[in-house]
Design a protein around this ligand. Structure first.
Ligand SMILES: [Zn+2]
Length: 144
């Protein structure tokens, strides 16, 4: 009969996804932002995307769900998007959506310290990867 009351408090703090309602809320927020940025990008249907296939005003063909294979395509897409500021933003939104779909327990958690990112911050910037404290530290180190 071994004493089983020795569970370390650390184990109790496993990452748990945020409530489904919140995930859905942020999914919507991200999709909205995505739409807006695509518009800002001018989204010329014939030049967007690695295949240059014309999209009829909709970009659902360019989907996260099929992004698992083909890191090559992903790299090309990244190079394409990183050519502009809006494109970079779009990339980060897509990354956030991927996290939300594939690893919801990591969504809304700081990549640096693992703490929850404040709701207000995520609401303003749904693709945020760092909590305010870590972001601040990063900015400070840049200034220094
Ligand atoms: Zn943090």
């Amino acid at each position: 009969m071994a004493g089983s009351n020795a569970a370390s408090p650390k184990d109790a703090k496993k990452p748990k996804p945020m409530p489904k309602k919140q995930l859905q809320y942020f999914e919507k927020r991200l999709l909205e932002e995505r739409k807006r940025v695509l518009k800002e990008l001018g989204h010329h249907g014939d030049t967007f995307g690695p295949n240059g296939e014309a999209a009829d005003g909709d970009t659902s063909a360019y989907s996260f769900h099929m992004a698992d294979q083909g890191t090559d395509a992903m790299e090309r897409e990244k190079a394409f998007l990183f050519a502009s500021k809006e494109g970079r933003f779009l990339w980060h939104i897509d990354q956030a959506l991927r996290r939300l779909y594939k690893a919801p327990e990591t969504f809304g958690k700081c990549h640096q310290c693992g703490e929850d990112i404040a709701f207000e911050r995520l609401d303003a910037l749904p693709n945020a990867r760092y909590c305010i404290a870590c972001k601040q530290r990063e900015e400070d180190s840049k200034k220094g």
